[in-house]
Design a protein around this ligand. Structure first.
Ligand code: ADP
Ligand code: MG
Length: 450
């Protein structure tokens, strides 16, 4: 039997990624539900606070999406050996805000991708303005609206934002959002199971606005292109809004039928370019604020000038910096950002890459243990602790993935590495001796401490 917590995690996992999930969510267990509050138990205060600051809202949102019930979450910290009775009850039905007469939010739209969280700048101004116009007057101004640009520049975000905004203004509109890949898969299975009528009804008739992400995907897939062509015509003739995104212009999509590219050019074709520095800084500030990450303005400028390629990379960099800072219990300074992002980080400064092997060697020498012991299975404290420290430093200084570190430590499971990193991060908060050891080891490895 599943429960609301497990279901929510299952739903979030693809979005958060396996690593984040293993590190921050899996260790929390549900111990009961009452009065619409889900009770969780975290293994430590650190884990509890991290969860509350970073993931609680996403989990609540996901629970709401799945159940239409506004739950609360209460997290307790486990005391060793304590057993809390598990009590499972039905969620209180009267709490569900059954929005009768209002169609539910369009399926598949992410809560995070709204106009309110989309930063406008010179690089995306045209696309963002057109998206607003489309959301305000679907089918009137720019039809179809075609947004194109490189990866991680906000196309999907804008598409979702249009879906949300349209729905909020006109809840009765039947908005259909999906990726072109899903459109193709649904179409293929409709053909296979003789459900073409239902498919056509859904996309040609029961649809007031069609939002399709990454349309380039159907290029070269003849039957899907043919189907899309008919869907397009039916909607267009009925004055329904069509909005699509792609990684290039209609004419540049090789293998796309000419009758489709010409139609995609009928409305407005708007590009999104990589954001300039000012926009990158604004995006960083917003994300930091959302995630309650304390970061000075000049540090945001530094980070934004180090990561230029796209917004997704920028977000990834922020997550890395803030995760490391939290693990180490240090503020996010200039030096720290440089070190984590690597512009003139420890490896670059000492002119050589810090490797897992070098870390094992340094740790073994420091504690007078054998490298074979670090890679072995013995749990004796004299070995177990240096091993955890070596894993922790491997993660910090080389950025290698948990599974990779596990492999290099004698083929251990990635969860062992995750636990080790978490233990060390926790203990060093209270243990000044451990902090001093880590500092010394970083220096030995040519990495300045921070
Ligand atoms: P694309 O679909 O173009 O590959 P996404 O829409 O998935 O890119 O954007 C990647 C990430 O960057 C998302 O988390 C998105 O919220 C964020 N992002 C992109 N552009 C902006 C922006 N202008 N303001 C705020 N966040 C943005
Ligand atoms: Mg996308």
């Amino acid at each position: 039997m599943t429960d609301v917590w497990t279901d929510a995690l299952r739903g979030l996992r693809p979005r958060l990624g396996a690593e984040t999930y293993d590190l921050w969510l899996r260790p929390l267990v549900m111990v009961g539900i009452d009065e619409g509050t889900v009770h969780l138990r975290a293994p430590s205060l650190f884990m509890k606070e991290w969860f509350e600051n970073h993931y609680r809202d996403a989990v609540l949102e996901e629970m709401y999406t799945q159940t239409q019930v506004r739950y609360g979450i209460d997290v307790e910290v486990a005391e060793e050996g304590a057993v809390t009775p598990v009590r499972l009850e039905e969620p209180p039905a009267e709490r569900a805000p059954a929005a009768k007469g209002r169609s539910s939010a369009p399926i598949g739209l992410s809560e995070r991708y709204r106009f309110g969280t989309f930063i406008k700048g010179a690089s995306n101004e045209l696309g963002a303005s057109a998206a607003h116009a489309v959301a305000e007057e679907p089918g009137k101004r720019f039809n179809p609206l075609f947004i194109y640009g490189g990866v991680g520049l906000g196309k999907t975000h804008l598409l979702h934002a249009v879906g949300h905004a349209m729905h909020e203004r006109q809840p009765e509109l039947r908005i259909v959002y999906l990726s072109a890949e899903r459109f193709m898969n649904e179409f293929i299975s409709a053909v296979r199971f003789n459900e073409c009528d239902a498919f056509r009804k859904r996309y040609r008739e029961d649809c007031d606005a069609l939002l399709i992400d990454d349309i380039q995907f159907i290029a070269g897939r003849d039957r899907t292109m043919d189907e899309f062509f008919h869907v397009f015509n039916a909607l267009y003739e009925a004055g329904k809004q069509i909005m699509v995104t792609a990684d290039r212009t209609p004419s540049d999509m090789q293998g796309m039928e000419e009758r489709i590219t010409s139609r995609l050019n009928w409305g407005l074709v708007a590009d999104i370019k990589p954001p300039d520095l000012e926009t990158r800084v604004a995006i960083l500030r917003q994300k930091a604020e959302d995630e309650r990450i304390a970061m000075a303005d000049d540090v945001a400028v530094l980070l934004a000038s180090l990561v230029r390629s796209n917004v997704r990379e920028l977000e990834g960099a922020l997550v890395r910096v803030s995760t490391f800072a939290a693990l180490k219990g240090v503020p996010i300074t200039h030096e720290f950002v440089r070190e984590v992002i690597g512009d003139s980080g420890p490896a670059a400064r000492s002119g050589q890459q810090v490797t897992v092997e070098a870390i094992q060697k340094a740790v073994a020498a420091y504690f007078s243990v054998r490298i074979a012991d670090l890679k072995g299975q013995r749990r004796h404290k004299g070995v177990a602790r240096p091993r955890m420290i070596a894993m922790f430093l491997s993660r910090e200084l080389t950025g290698a993935s948990f599974p990779e570190i596990g492999l290099r430590f004698g083929g251990k499971d990635h969860s062992t590495v995750i636990n080790a990193c978490r233990r060390i991060a926790e203990i060093q908060g209270q243990d000044s001796e451990l902090r001093a050891i880590l500092t010394a080891l970083r220096q030995n490895l040519g990495a300045t401490s921070c």
